[in-house]
Design a protein. Sequence first.
Length: 553
Amino acid sequence: MSEASESRSRRRRQRSRIACEPCRERKRRCDGDQPACELCRNFGYECSYRSHPRKRRREGTSTLPSQPYSSSPQENSGALQDQTLAPPALAPTPFAQSLESNSGSAFVRTFAITVDPSNAPPSQMLGWNVFLGQRQVSTNMPLRSVTDIVTQAELEDIVAVYFDKIDPCYGFVDRELVDQTVQQLWVRGSSLSIPEAVICGIAALGCAFSNLQSLETETSLFVLAKLLLDLSAEDITYNTATAWVLRTVYLRLTGRPEETWMASCIALHMIDAAGLHCEIGTDTPFRRADRPSTPDMNRRILGVARHLNVWLSFDLGRTRVTLQNMSTVPASPRPKDYTTELLGLLFYTENLDPTKSISGPELINAISEVLNRIHTQPPSILAQCNLTLCLFRRLYTLRWHVQDDVLDKVVQLIEKAIQGVHTLLEAGSPWHHMANVPFQSVCTLLAIDTTKSFSLLGPTMSCLSRVSETYQTKATQDAYTAARALISMHQKRREANVVRQSEMLKLYPVGASTENDTNGHFSVDQAQTFADLPWFNEFFTDIEITSFFNGTA
């Protein structure tokens, strides 16, 4: 065996002996770095090493049982005790990478590990919305009518708030039908039906955005809507699907992630059961004939439900719902309505599904197209920014080079989104991205790591601080504290690098000579700046280096 071969063999044996447990389980090559290897730092795994070497198996011993397991647990118990089965390879496959980079919380942890592996926070839904369930209080309310909770005048005011602040972004409810139902509640009396559940869902959202109604009123309306849905579980209609989408919207703004994701799945299944996902005339034996809504309204409710479900699945790393024979016809724009702006992002969002393979150039093209889209109102701008941040996370995970002009546009969109958050704060509209986008932007700006990105870090933190002061909840305070911690970790890493550079310069001091060298050339030691070096301007001919050093660039 040659000396080079012996050296390679020795390196291979060394890697095998020091491999951490996650790399062993996933059968990946480990560099043995401590306290965490590079693979674990990149993907957020808990890196640990065995305190004693693994026992070697005799040659010819298989890691799998020679006989297939029977259906009897008693027959298999001995085999399970004797055999150690390696778990499936979950490790850095394209699916795992896209799954983790789609999730903002997973990306925050991954980024924190690259900055400081020993102090990286656990993955959690920081800034997911401003309440995270804190607004919902437990109640054992008996089943009663909406007329027992609010007066007709109060309900009309609350409904008006919904159509003024929420419907322009999530426009999937017919206001004329809603107004008729409200009138009928006091003319004909409560019927405890699905249409009343729709009214309760709208009223609960209106309460959250009105800043006038009590929390008890809002909670009672929300709970009553769910009770009415449970009573009519077998009768699935257009109103049933509408009530479930309204419930998902409310939970996305105020609730917890898992419950919200489950509601979004049920909403899509209700749309499927009611046949709202198919275009009229679609040849399918399961399409329902009694659909009172218009085709455009069906497209809108389907689009909003898909938008919510796909982002919830990204956030939590869960499976999203896909419907068969689903309509691909886009919703039509309406005056004073920007729902179509939001739904226009669906194409790019669904292409980020972890099961799909998407390359670096495709991601670059997608992020450029999203950045060039026109979004006019704060909630729509925040959705555009959230998608852009997700696309950047995917590129960052792939270690793909992003051109400076694209990075500049990302920073500009973050700045526009931060201005949108201030507008929403002044309007008293607690949209879920109000805390999410500023928090994720802090992490993204640190990852971009340019002068322009750092110049926006202060305004972004100021915005997040204002959100925390306005909505003094644990969710906003945790997001603000975590953002400060990320900045502190990044600063400490930079300071450590500066110390290393200073120590290196001390080891290699500038020579004492200030004379020309033996060939008559200008000495490097005589240069006060790079601009004093004769070759500098020639090397950077395309840069206005003179004006830069004169301070006029």
